[in-house]
Design a binder for this molecule. Sequence first.
Ligand SMILES: Nc1ncnc2c1ncn2[C@@H]1O[C@H](COP(=O)(O)OP(=O)(O)OP(=O)(O)O)[C@@H](O)[C@H]1O
Length: 365
Amino acid sequence: MAEIRLQNLAHSYAERPVGPQDYAIREMDHVWEQGGAYALLGPSGCGKSTLLNIISGLLSPSEGKVLFDSREVNRLTPEQRNIAQVFQFPVVYDTMTVFDNLAFPLRNQGLAETRVTSKVNEVAEVLDLQRVLSRKARNLTADEKQKVSMGRGLVRDDVSAILFDEPLTVIDPHLKWKLRRKLKQIHEQFNITMIYVTHDQLEASTFADKIAVMHGGQIVQFGTPRELFERPRHTFVGFFVGSPGMNLIEVKAEQGGVGFGEQHLPLPEGLRRQLPALVGKRLQIGIRPEFVHVADEPCAGAMQAEAVRLEDLGTYKILSFRLQGHLLKARLPEEQTLARDVVWVSFPAQWLMLYADDLLVEAQS
Ligand SMILES: Nc1ncnc2c1ncn2[C@@H]1O[C@H](COP(=O)(O)OP(=O)(O)OP(=O)(O)O)[C@@H](O)[C@H]1O
């Protein structure tokens, strides 16, 4: 088990990179603490697999260092780093039994056969594979094969870390939830550093204690699922995490707050004080649909808007409304009804975020 530190790390697949656009990973420093359950979340092409392969040793970074417990491992193979990796598609030995597949990494290490048997049984029980232990792997379903792949990663308790690259892609949807919970349970039981790559925020937040959100080859925020939801530090996190994503409106600085269209929006004192320092930057305000307050009648501080569509999603409703030409969303409780097309919306100060060039502006105390 190890603490994994990335130091001034960057990677370009190009032989002679000339600018940031040539980098799949842009310079970053990051620490994965020993024993943590982490997710690496981001859309296709943001650099997740590249980063995972650099950590595992399948790929050598073009710049910077990978340190395991302060020891540089840049030139070491995955075996030498003692990393277990579970890929999107199952990697199993078809002609071996499930038992022998699970035992393989342990026998390779020269473990005594009694210890092999007890470890294999322990992992098979966690993954519900006891029934198929004596079956040849080729006769298994895709789900079962992927469980065997996972089991091979989990069977050794001396690994530095286990890396999962979208491991549930081939798993039947109704089994996905069960397996995600299982992985979490395994993490609690074995206390191994685990990094789980996914583009699915639900998968990330059910598995991980902390999520690294990747965008354009960088980790734009590293935080708990709650932090990502309540205080997105980058507009991309606001937009990508949450369903629907955060409402973002481009604004200009004004006396006492910000403005968009004809609308003036006062800002809390701490943010107002920051405005002079932000001259020349692109300003946006952000508010999650869950925090927009919507009323039928005018009320203090509320802005008049046009209700465009109300979708009933069973346990809540999503209102699309137009405010000063911006189409925005609000999440309403299931029981809320709207009498007219005109609504009054307000953005509670504690949930209103201000972004300058896409980065969260912290209030000045
Ligand atoms: N072997 C390669 N050679 C050149 N460019 C590559 C190579 N592998 C990935 N890239 C590029 O690097 C960038 C990051 O790709 P990467 O596969 O790491 O992203 P990802 O977030 O894992 O996406 P996906 O989920 O689609 O795999 C992309 O622009 C991709 O085209």
